[in-house]
Design a protein around this ligand. Structure first.
Ligand code: SF4
Length: 165
């Protein structure tokens, strides 16, 4: 079974075609998920919590504190996609006994003010997330990607040339 990642969840909300392309390793981006997993493990150990031995697989997290799992983005152009990515990390951690709220920090280049969004994994959101994960599994079983439909999100997408040129 395909391992679902936070990036896949983000892409699915952003654009199912993007998720399919990424999931089938048509990878036009640098994906340094392994490096980030190492960093999370290190931070968990630093925290000195009773969860020292937990191995966090398949997720990449920018930072974890006693209260929050933190994701840092350069833009909030697709806040919904970032939110579900963060909810996914919260769920993976929760399933391992680590309960955290989610903090999304948007640090835009050349801007002084940082925007902060806080999320909690409510039961309703958890159910929605489970549905998203199931939909991703079904999507990735398809032999062909869904058709790309141009919209303004495409301009910033790494697959733009792949889809439209
Ligand atoms: S360019 Fe547009 S249609 Fe193609 S994967 Fe990206 S967001 Fe989806």
């Amino acid at each position: 079974m395909v391992m679902i990642t936070g990036t896949m969840v983000n892409y699915f909300i952003h654009c199912p075609r993007q998720c399919w392309l990424f999931g089938h390793r048509i990878n036009l981006e640098d994906n340094s998920e392994d490096v980030r997993i190492g960093r999370v493990l290190h931070e968990l150990k630093q925290e000195g919590s009773k969860h020292k031995e937990i191995s966090v697989e398949n997720i990449k997290i920018d930072k974890i504190t006693k209260e929050y799992v933190i994701e840092i983005k350069k833009s909030d152009a697709d806040l919904e996609a970032s939110k579900y990515q963060l909810l996914f990390y919260m769920k993976v951690l929760k399933d391992k006994g680590i309960k955290r709220k989610g903090k999304l920090e948007v640090i835009e280049k050349n801007k002084q003010d940082h925007k902060i969004h806080i999320f909690e994994l409510t039961l309703d959101l958890e159910k929605e997330l489970e549905k998203v994960i199931e939909d991703i599994r079904l999507l990735l079983l398809q032999e062909q990607p869904p058709q790309g439909v141009y919209n303004k999100k495409c301009n910033r997408c790494a697959y733009y040339e792949y889809c439209f040129l």
